[in-house]
Design a protein around this ligand. Structure first.
Ligand code: DHB
Ligand code: FE
Length: 280
């Protein structure tokens, strides 16, 4: 039987890729953020996942404002990255796991989630940066991926409640998969940040702490806010917390232990956080 070994959550700020490319991990600005990763890497080396189910949002590389699925599940053999215009290297491609993707898709549709199925899909910095952070020296990625994109970009975006329900349905699908893969769940983006408008630069450590303190033991607490309220509390891009909420849902309603947590403010315009949860 497949096993969900836990979840790794991290911010995906593109500037992290610039810091890696320049070798700035140890300078004054970046060190407090990168210091959060040795423990993540040790944990991954211990739990040895074969597959990653990755909840993230596409920022316009794959979907744009003209065609924006609320929830999209990749079912491709491979997923390439492309230049997004941030001045970053084009990152390694990812190997897919089409059979597991189709199982997740069938179970989600069976659970009445009206998802979009993508047999061709690019992945952007929201996938590549968390992988570069987790496996910095990998010649190729040690896991296959099932990418799940949540629209956090163009309103109307789904509610925290709906994203938690989606994640729980994904978790049920993973637990009913007959393969014997070891599955890590990944949630990327956030925490609080706003990139545009009058509140550009807005961050909210109080709301971030509320999310971090409830995510493991009481994720339903995060569903008390509408997504409009989350945009107020976390900033318009801080609604990327939806990816974390969905990833948390996939772990199921089991007691969880916090393996590591590193909150650091700011990276670029973002209150950055890295977190690992595993079944207790
Ligand atoms: C930044 C953060 C993001 O989540 C993103 O997708 C792009 C930029 C930032 O803080 O610069
Ligand atoms: Fe983002």
């Amino acid at each position: 039987m497949a096993e969900i070994v836990g979840a790794y959550f991290t911010s995906h700020v593109p500037a992290i890729g610039g810091a890696i490319a320049r070798g700035d991990q140890h300078n004054e600005y970046w060190k407090p953020f990168f210091d959060g990763f040795p423990s993540v890497r040790r944990w991954l080396a211990e739990v040895k996942p074969d597959v990653a189910v990755v909840f993230s949002n596409d920022h316009g590389l794959n979907f744009f404002l003209d065609a924006m699925p609320t929830f999209a599940v990749g079912a491709a053999k491979s997923y390439a990255n492309e230049d997004e215009g941030w001045g970053l290297p084009v990152y390694k491609s990812f190997e897919g796991h089409p059979a597991l993707s189709w199982h997740v898709i069938e179970e989600l549709v069976g659970s009445e989630f009206d998802i979009t199925t993508c047999q061709k899909m690019l992945v952007d910095h929201a996938v590549s940066i968390p992988f570069e952070l987790a496996w910095p020296d990998a010649a190729e990625w040690p896991v296959k991926i099932v990418p799940i994109a949540i629209n956090t970009v163009q309103f109307p975006v789904p509610s925290p409640k709906r994203c938690l329900a989606l994640g729980r349905a994904v978790g049920r699908a993973l637990r009913s998969w007959q393969g014997n893969e070891r599955i890590v769940v990944i949630g990327t983006g956030g925490l609080s940040h706003q990139l545009e408008g009058e509140r550009a630069g807005f961050m909210n450590p109080d709301y971030d702490k509320f999310c971090l303190d409830h995510l493991a033991a009481d994720p339903d607490a995060l569903t008390q806010h509408s997504v409009e309220e989350v945009a107020q509390l976390a900033g318009t891009q801080g609604i990327e917390i939806l990816n974390w909420i969905a990833a948390r849902g996939a772990l199921g309603d089991v007691p969880l232990a916090e393996v590591t947590r590193n909150y650091h403010i700011p990276i670029s315009n973002t209150a950055a956080c890295t977190l690992v949860l595993e079944p207790a």
